[in-house]
Design a protein around this ligand. Structure first.
Ligand SMILES: Cc1cc2nc3c(=O)[nH]c(=O)nc-3n(C[C@H](O)[C@H](O)[C@H](O)COP(=O)(O)OP(=O)(O)OC[C@H]3O[C@@H](n4cnc5c(N)ncnc54)[C@H](O)[C@@H]3O)c2cc1C
Length: 381
C-alpha cells in the first residue's frame, strides 16, 4: 500500500500552484495531484476559452509562480512584454497560459498528476484515507483540498421550459451554427462572450441593471492588513460571510471589457436589454436561435457530500452556512489544508482568485517552517 506525504485534491490553479510550491520547498516529499479531468488546469483552459477572454482581470503578479515578478520576467525573455494592459500589468490569456505551462514543466507537475475523482475522506489517527469514483484508495500524511467552486451551473427555474437554451459553463455547451443569439447575464463572462460573438452573430444581451465597471471583482483592501486585521477579529462567521458579500463585486466589468462591450452596443452589433428574465417574460426568448445563460454557478460547499460526514465524524469546526472554519494556517485539522472557496472564511475575498492560492501557500509554508505570519513567508536560511 503506497502512502504519500501529500495529496492535493483538484488540479486547477490552486492545486497546481500549491503543487509547485511543495515541489520547490519539499522536493523530497512524495506528491500526488488528483483531478477527474485529463490534465492540470483543464477547467481553467476550458472556461476561459469558452468566454473568449483576451486579458486576465487580475494583475501579472498573480500567476502560477510564487514570485510576483516571474510572469513579467518570462514575458521579457520571450519578447512578449507588450502583452500586458494597464492598470496593474494585466497579462494576455495567451501569455498567462504559456507561463503556466512553463511552471508546470519546471516543477514536472505532470509526473505527479493522476486522473481520478475523490468521493470519500477519512482519517485513522495517522493517515488520511481517500477513496475515489474509480474505486481506488489513497493514503497520505497531508491532504490539500483544492476543488474550486461548485461546477454546477446556476440554471433559473424558467430555463427548463425552453429547448433552445444552454449554459455557457454547462457540460453540453456548444455554440449553435445559427445567427440570432441571446445572452442572459451581463457580468464579465456574458460580456466577453457578447464581444466574441458580435462580429458573426446578431447578439442581444439581457441584464437587469446597467453594466457596471470595477477594476477588480473584490475590494483589494480585504487582502492586505488594512481590512484583513479587522476581518480576522470577527468571531462570528455569519458576520465574516456578510463582509465577503459586502466587499465582493460580482457582475462587474474591468474597464477594457466595459469599453469594448459599450462600443459593440453603440455600433449596433450588440443590443442591450435592461430587463430581468423571469417566469412571466421568459417566452420572449423563444424567438432566438440560441439562448446562452451566463448566470454563474450554484453556491454550494464544494465536495459537500463527502466532506460533511467527514466533518461530523471528526467534529471539525463548521460555520452555520456549512463552510469549513480553517485555522490561520488554512488547516481544518492537523495535516488537512483548505484552499479556494473552502478557505474563504479565513482567507477573505481573494480566496476564489489566483491570489487566494498565493495567500493559502504563505500560510501553509509558515506552518511547515514554524513561523508566525499570515501575510508573507521568508524561507529560513
Ligand atoms: C472565465 C473565467 C475567468 C477568470 N478570470 C480570472 C482572473 O483573471 N483572475 C483570477 O484571479 N481569477 C479568475 N477567475 C476565477 C478562477 O477560476 C480562479 O482564480 C481559479 O481558476 C480557481 O482555481 P481553483 O483551482 O480554485 O478552481 P478550478 O479551476 O475550478 O479547479 C478545481 C479543480 O478541482 C477538481 N475537483 C473538484 N472536485 C474534485 C474531486 N472530488 N476530486 C478531484 N478533483 C476535484 C475540478 O475538476 C477542477 O479541475 C476566472 C474564472 C472564470 C470562469
Amino acid at each position: 500500500m503506497k502512502q504519500w506525504d501529500w495529496i492535493i485534491v483538484g488540479a486547477g490553479m490552486h492545486g497546481s500552484y500549491l503543487g509547485g510550491l511543495l515541489r520547490k520547498y519539499r522536493p523530497h516529499d512524495s506528491l500526488l495531484i488528483i483531478d477527474p479531468h485529463d490534465s492540470l488546469l483543464s477547467v481553467w483552459n476550458d472556461f476561459t476559452s469558452r468566454t473568449g477572454m483576451k486579458f486576465l482581470r487580475s494583475p501579472g503578479s498573480h500567476s502560477l509562480s510564487e514570485s510576483y515578478t516571474d510572469l513579467s520576467c518570462y514575458a521579457k525573455k520571450k519578447g512578449r512584454s507588450d502583452e500586458f494592459i494597464e492598470p496593474y500589468n494585466r497579462p494576455s490569456l495567451s501569455l498567462f497560459n504559456d507561463h503556466c505551462e512553463h511552471i508546470i514543466s519546471e516543477y514536472q507537475l505532470q509526473d505527479h498528476f493522476l486522473q481520478d475523482e475523490i468521493t470519500f475522506l477519512d482519517h485513522d489517527g495517522e493517515f488520511f484515507y481517500l477513496h475515489s469514483l474509480n474505486n481506488n484508495s489513497y493514503y497520505s500524511k497531508n491532504v490539500i483540498l483544492a476543488m474550486g467552486i461548485s461546477h454546477t451551473p446556476s440554471i433559473p427555474h424558467w430555463a427548463e421550459k425552453l429547448d433552445n437554451i444552454t449554459h455557457l459553463f454547462g457540460s453540453s455547451f456548444s455554440l449553435a451554427d445559427k445567427n440570432k443569439v441571446a445572452i442572459i447575464g451581463g457580468g464579465i463572462s456574458g460580456c466577453q462572450l457578447a464581444i466574441k460573438l458580435a462580429p458573426h452573430k446578431q447578439v442581444t444581451l439581457y441584464n437587469p441593471t446597467p453594466l457596471k465597471e470595477r477594476k477588480f471583482d473584490g475590494d483589494p483592501a480585504l487582502v492586505g492588513p488594512k481590512l484583513m486585521e479587522d476581518y480576522q477579529k470577527l468571531d462570528s462567521y455569519t458576520e465574516r460571510r456578510q463582509w465577503l458579500k459586502k466587499y465582493r463585486y460580482p457582475g462587474t466589468l474591468p474597464w477594457d471589457i466595459f469599453q469594448e462591450v459599450n462600443q459593440c452596443i453603440q455600433d449596433g452589433q450588440v443590443q442591450l436589454e435592461l430587463c430581468e428574465i423571469n417566469g412571466s417574460n421568459y417566452k420572449e426568448l423563444q424567438s432566438f436561435d440560441q439562448v446562452i445563460l451566463s448566470t454563474g454557478f450554484e453556491k454550494k460547499v464544494p465536495g459537500q457530500s463527502w466532506l460533511q460526514p467527514f466533518a461530523e465524524k471528526h467534529k471539525l469546526p463548521t460555520a452555520p452556512d456549512g463552510y469549513p472554519i480553517p485555522d490561520k494556517y488554512a488547516r481544518w485539522m492537523t495535516g488537512l489544508y483548505l484552499t479556494g472557496p473552502l478557505s474563504e472564511l479565513e482567507i477573505g475575498t481573494s480566496a476564489l482568485n489566483i491570489q487566494g492560492a498565493h495567500r493559502t501557500g504563505i500560510r501553509i509554508l509558515n506552518y511547515l517552517y514554524n513561523q508566525n505570519d499570515i501575510y508573507k513567508f521568508r524561507k529560513p536560511s
